[in-house]
Each structure stands twice: as structure tokens, then as C-alpha cells.
Design a protein around this ligand. Structure first.
Ligand code: COA
Ligand code: AMP
Length: 630
């Protein structure tokens, strides 16, 4: 069957299609039914089944002849460490850590926060939670203590698993002081913290609360896999919304297993035993789906890479890893390829390595610009597949189903909707738009298995954020179009979310932080074009009357405030003091117009603008720092 047949099969008989796909999973109690309609536009998949994710990702492979196959390759160009962990080793390590959690009183349904760098123990921690039915929530290491505290208070973890430090090329990230600070700030306190002491930095442990990794394992006995219901939350992953409060995306166990397993062959062209590499971070959804779960569920070897595309040690790192570990499918963000291209425009580093085992490069996380795609196609000599997804969906909404049928690549398009996704383009009033016209990208409900059923402790917010604007549809927050051939194009966000180096950030959250500066009366944060990172945040602040300090002093404080409150990942380095912000007559800040001015693009004067002269002031301020060129 080709793409069209499979897509149509999933559309006409979702129940039959997904039940058939579910046969690739080892169930404790197989599902009798695929889709459960919970009313109020809420749906669940395989809710009547019983299953365990860790069993499917680890134990079943040990039992089925893959015990000695390498499951995880750890490659850290930052420390020089390399390690190969077989499925049998992984089972021992994960069962031990799961036993440690049990010994600390963690049971099915308890939340566990994981705050770790790119080391194999991060994957082991996720799987250990899955093994005993605990719900993990991984927090990206680039977030500051405050962001960690917000997540601690929202999901109220019984335990936290962390490392003593992370390693960035230019500095050590002191995880433990950040963790201690976050627990100090949060109302909820975890009972236990299990800490991986890395040899690069041994941290202090707080007696009565903190346990060293191996000591914690020694206190327990290896734990078995516990069957959980198909709709049991596998994890919560926080992502940026329009406000400072992150959204806790919930992932149910069974749909996640079925959907990810389907993608490994049909999208990523992997057969069990192949090496798959997603150069992302476990703190992001890509890391959850394609560093941890997807490859392992499907019996693939996954690569845990602690490094950067450039500088660790050079722009050949990716190609060295691909050669050394015989990577068949490689997944990263366009920004990473841009970083490599900037340093090695002629692709000389690529020629130093034998990457003939590579089948394709997959890009996601942000818009893939044509220059980057063409450079990668020509330099690597393999197909380059852009695919579009969100934390909410957990895997691609649109992509090129290369393992099923490689469709022609149209540069600028992530290709076509995947089975189960009925993607449509609507105007503001909810009317379908014809091919080629730009509108809101929505997905007809129900969403396929593996996608978010709700937000953690926030069903109302789930309804309001995703389901209210277009009744019967999930609102993606992206705008775009579909062409005559059914190819999708993702053009922009329709909300205040920006994408910096493939990282999803909320300008609203940054505005909340800037507004807390004692000298700031009002502010706006926008995303301006950035050649490397796609977008970069830029803040505009108006000072309280009577504040007579040098502007550079205030802007420096603003930059520091965002780094301290949100974290270095916000990459907030541009701040400007202005007298006034451009607004509509009803007081709405004209952020989209400000973006156009900063990016030196033509714009239409908004009809509702209160005082057009303010736009000239903004332009002047931007020109002074090299933006808004005439
Ligand atoms: N822990 C702590 N800090 C982190 C971090 C982590 N896991 N990841 C990033 N940071 C820090 C960086 O050190 C940097 O700090 P600095 O301001 O002190 O230099 C800051 O956060 C901004 O990071 P980033 O935006 O990633 O910029 P960079 O200049 O360090 O690297 C790239 C640029 C393009 C090389 C890098 O962004 C990259 O590899 N991107 C790929 C993105 C990706 O994989 N996205 C996942 C979706 S697929
Ligand atoms: P995240 O939830 O961090 O994965 O970010 C999801 C958002 O990133 C999407 O809503 C898009 O705005 C953007 N995005 C992800 N992949 C792509 C892509 N292939 N093309 C364009 N935008 C993308």
C-alpha cells in the first residue's frame, strides 16, 4: 500500500486501522476498542488495554533475541566519554533505578521530575518511571530555577531525579544549586531527590532528602514492569503557551506506544536493529519521542549525544558520529544545520567521514529554510525531509512517509498529513479556505493516538487553548496553507509563541518577567529574524516616569532578569528602552507590526493604530542597533 491508501484507510476506518497498528505492541491485556469518546470533544485511545511502556522499550527485546544488541550509544564529545549499553544492560540498570524509586515510596501515578543533561541515565530515569507506572516530567536543563519551581508546583512530584551538573561547551551548568533553589522557591516539596554525581562535579547532598544514585539503587530491589491502563499518563511535558504559566502536555501510554512504533518504519525508514539518532535533548518532545521511546520501542539503537553541532570540537561532529555509529536515519533542527553550514559552508568536514550508511536527514522544530535544505541535500547526498510537529502531538502531523512511499520533496513544505491527521485550513470565521490560501491550520477531532488528550490539571485551559476557537477542530496555533497537491506549508504562529534555535518560547512569559523590573512601566517582547536561530527575542521597555538612569544599565538588568528567571535557553540578549509602544485605539500592542519593522519588511499601516508617529520612534530605536534597515 502507498501513502494515499494508508492515509485513506486511517480516515475511513480509524478504529480498524489503529487496532491493526496496535498489534505491533506487546499488551498485558490487548485493546478491544481503539477510540473512546469521552464527550465534550475529549477522546482517548486504547483506554481499555493494559500495557507497560518500559516492557515494550526494553524487556521484550531482551526476551526476543536482542539482549546483546546495543540499545543506547552514549557519545559525549564534551567529556570524551563513550559507552554502549545493550538491551540486557539497560534492563538491569532501569530495573535497579525503578527499585530505588519504589524504595522511596514512589508508586503508580506519582509524578517524578527529571532534571538531567544528555547522559544515558536520563533515559534510564524515564524508563524507570514507566516501569512502575510513575508519571515523569522532564525539565530541560537550560531553564532557570524559577521555571523548575513552577513545574514542581504544578505537577507536585514525589521525587526528583537530577544530576550534579551539565556541561555546555563554555561552562558547567550547576544543576544541583539550581535544583536546591527551585525546591526552596516551590510550595510543594519532593520527598526524595536521587542525584547522579558526575565526575566533572560532585555536589553536596542534603541529608534526609538527597540520595546518591548508586546508594539509592542499593536501598531497593530491582522492580518489575507494572501493567497500566492504556490511558494512564506516561508523562507530562511542559511547553510554552501565551502566558508565563507553561502548559503541561499529558501523554497517555498506549496511543504513544502505537503511534511512535508506526513512525519508526513508515517515516524514519528504520528496521529493528538499525541505529537511529535524534540530535536533540531529552528535555524536548523530540527527545522524549525519538531519543528515548520511539527507537527503543521499535528495537532500534538510539544515540545519546552530549554535544553541539559546532564547537564540540568542530563542525564535523555530526558526520563523525554518523560514521562511527553507523547511523541510518538522522534527525535534528534546521538551526543545527545552519550552525554547521555557517562554519563549514563547503561541506569539507563531511568529506572526511564515510556517511554512506545514512539514508536520510529529518528536520523539525522550526521552519526549514530553503537554503539550509538545499545545502544539506547537496552536501550529504541523501534526501532531506522536513516534517512538522508540536509538543502536543508527540510526533509529526505532516511529513514525508519515506518508509512507506517516498513522496517528491517540495522545498518549503513538510509534505503531507500523516495517517489520522485530517488537516484543514480555515479563515478566522471557521470557513474552509481553498488550496493555496493562507489561514489557520486546524486538525479535525479526534486527533490520532499518541497526541495530547488534555493538559495536566487544566482541562479548562486545554479546552480554551485548543478547542474553542474552531468547534470540532484542534487549533494548532500555526498558520499556513495546503497546495493543489495536498502539500502543507507552515508559515507562522498565530499566537505569541516564538521559536529560537528550535526551542519554543513564550514572549508573554518574557513580558511578565520584564514587567517585574521596578523601573519598567510597560513592555513588549517580539521575535525578530535571526540568521542562525531562526528567531531571537527582542524586548522593548518603557520606563516609569522619574526614572533617570542610563538606559544601558536598565537593559542589562532586563537581560539578566530573563536569564535568571527563565534561563539561558531564552537567549534573550536584545533589549531597548523606548518612550512609547505602538498600540491600537483599544490598547493592544502592535507586536506584528513591530516585527515587520525590525525585520525591514514592508507593512500595512494598521487601520486601528492610535498614533502612527510611534512607529517612527520604534524604527529609529531599532536602526540605532542595526535593525529596521531602509
Ligand atoms: N543546559 C543548560 N544550558 C543550556 C542548555 C542545556 N541543556 N542548552 C542550551 N543552553 C544554554 C546555552 O549554553 C546558551 O547559553 P549562553 O547564553 O551562556 O551561551 C543558551 O542556553 C542559548 O542556547 P542556544 O539557543 O542553544 O544557543 P547556542 O549558541 O548555545 O547554540 C545552536 C546554538 C544552533 C548550536 C544550538 O541552539 C543547537 O544545537 N540547536 C539545536 C536545537 C535543537 O536540538 N532543538 C530541539 C528541537 S529538535
Ligand atoms: P514544539 O512544541 O517545541 O515542538 O514547537 C512546535 C512549533 O514549532 C510548531 O507549532 C511550529 O510553529 C514550529 N515547527 C515545528 N516543526 C516545524 C516545521 N517543520 N516547519 C515549520 N514550523 C515548525
Amino acid at each position: 500500500m502507498g501513502y494515499a491508501e494508508v492515509y485513506n484507510a486511517a480516515k475511513t476506518d480509524p478504529e480498524g486501522f489503529w487496532l491493526e497498528q496496535s498489534q505491533a505492541i506487546d499488551w498485558v491485556e490487548a485493546p478491544n476498542k481503539a477510540l473512546f469518546d469521552k464527550g465534550d470533544n475529549l477522546y482517548e485511545w486504547f483506554a481499555d488495554a493494559k500495557v507497560n511502556s518500559c516492557y515494550n522499550a526494553v524487556d521484550r527485546h531482551v526476551e526476543n533475541g536482542r539482549a546483546d544488541q546495543v540499545a543506547v550509544i552514549y557519545d559525549s564529545p564534551i567529556t570524551g566519554a563513550k559507552e554502549k549499553i545493550t538491551f540486557a544492560d539497560l534492563q538491569t540498570r532501569v530495573a535497579g533505578l525503578a527499585g530505588a524509586l519504589v524504595a522511596q515510596g514512589v508508586t503508580k501515578g506519582d509524578r517524578v521530575i527529571i532534571y538531567m543533561p544528555m547522559v544515558p541515565q536520563a533515559i534510564e530515569a524515564m524508563l524507570a518511571c514507566a516501569r512502575i507506572g510513575a508519571v515523569h516530567s522532564v525539565v530541560f536543563g537550560g531553564f532557570a530555577a524559577h521555571e523548575l519551581a513552577v513545574r514542581i508546583d504544578d505537577c507536585e512530584p514525589k521525587a526528583i531525579i537530577a544530576a550534579s551538573c551539565g556541561l555546555e561547551p563554555n561552562r558547567t551548568v550547576h544543576y544541583k544549586p539550581l535544583l536546591d533553589d527551585a525546591i526552596e522557591q516551590s510550595k510543594h516539596k519532593p520527598d526524595t531527590c536521587i542525584i547522579l554525581q558526575r565526575e566533572q562535579e560532585i555536589c553536596d547532598l542534603i541529608e534526609g532528602r538527597d540520595l546518591e544514585w548508586n546508594a539509592a539503587i542499593a536501598l531497593g530491589t530491582p522492580a518489575d514492569c507494572i501493567p497500566v491502563e492504556g490511558n494512564h499518563p506516561a508523562y507530562i511535558l511542559y511547553t510554552s503557551g501565551t502566558t508565563g504559566a507553561p502548559k503541561g502536555v499529558v501523554r497517555h501510554t498506549a496511543g504513544h506506544l502505537v503511534a511512535l512504533n508506526w513512525t519508526m518504519k513508515n517515516v524514519y525508514q528504520c528496521d529493528p536493529g538499525d541505529v537511529f539518532w535524534a540530535a536533540s535533548d531529552v528535555g524536548w518532545v523530540v527527545g522524549h519521542s525519538y531519543i528515548a521511546y520511539g527507537p527503543l520501542i521499535h528495537g532500534n539503537t538510539t544515540v545519546v549525544f552530549e554535544g553541539k553541532p559546532v564547537g564540540t570540537p568542530d563542525a564535523g561532529t555530526f558526520w563523525r558520529v554518523i560514521e562511527e555509529h553507523n547511523v541510518r536515519s538522522f534527525f535534528t533542527a534546521p538551526t543545527a544545520i545552519r550552525a554547521v553550514k555557517r562554519e563549514d559552508p563547503k561541506g569539507l568536514e563531511i568529506k572526511k567521514y564515510d556517511i554512506s550508511g545514512l539514508r536520510a536527514l529529518y528536520l523539525a522544530g522550526e521552519r526549514a529554510d530553503p537554503d539550509t535544505i538545499v545545502w544539506a541535500q547537496e552536501s550529504l547526498g541523501v534526501p532531506v525531509y522536513d516534517h512538522w510537529w508540536q509538543t502536543e502531538t508527540g510526533y509529526c502531523i505532516a511529513g514525508n512517509p519515506a518508509g512507506l512511499e517516498a513522496l517528491p520533496v517540495k522545498i518549503g513544505s513538510p509534505t503531507v498529513p500523516m495517517p489520522g491527521y485530517d488537516v484543514q485550513i480555515l479563515d478566522d470565521a471557521g470557513h474552509p479556505l481553498p488550496a493555496g490560501e493562507l489561514g489557520a491550520i486546524v486538525i479535525k477531532l479526534p486527533l490520532p493516538p499518541g497526541t495530547l488528550p488534555t493538559l495536566w490539571n487544566a482541562e479548562d485551559r486545554f479546552q480554551k487553548s485548543y478547542l474553542h476557537a474552531f468547534p470540532g477542530f484542534y487549533e494548532t496555533g500555526d498558520a499556513g496553507m495546503i497546495d493543489e497537491d495536498g502539500y502543507l506549508y507552515i508559515m507562522a504562529r498565530t499566537d505569541d509563541v516564538i521559536n529560537v534555535a528550535g526551542h519554543r518560547l513564550s514572549t508573554g512569559a518574557m513580558e511578565e518577567v520584564l514587567a517585574s523590573h521596578p523601573d519598567v512601566a510597560e513592555c513588549a517582547v517580539i521575535g525578530v529574524a535571526d540568521a542562525l536561530k531562526g528567531q531571537a527575542p527582542m524586548g522593548f521597555v518603557c520606563l516609569n516616569s522619574g526614572v533617570n538612569r542610563p538606559h544601558e544599565e536598565v537593559t542589562k538588568e532586563c537581560v539578566k532578569l530573563i536569564r535568571d528567571q527563565i534561563g539561558p535557553v531564552a537567549a534573550f540578549k536584545l533589549a531597548l528602552v523606548v518612550d512609547r509602544l505602538p498600540k491600537t485605539r483599544s490598547g493592544k500592542i502592535l507586536r506584528a507590526t513591530m516585527v515587520k519593522i525590525a525585520d525591514s519588511e514592508a507593512f500595512k499601516m494598521p487601520a486601528t493604530i492610535d498614533d502612527p508617529a510611534i512607529l517612527d520612534e520604534i524604527k529609529e530605536a531599532l536602526q540605532a542597533i542595526g535593525f529596521a534597515k531602509d
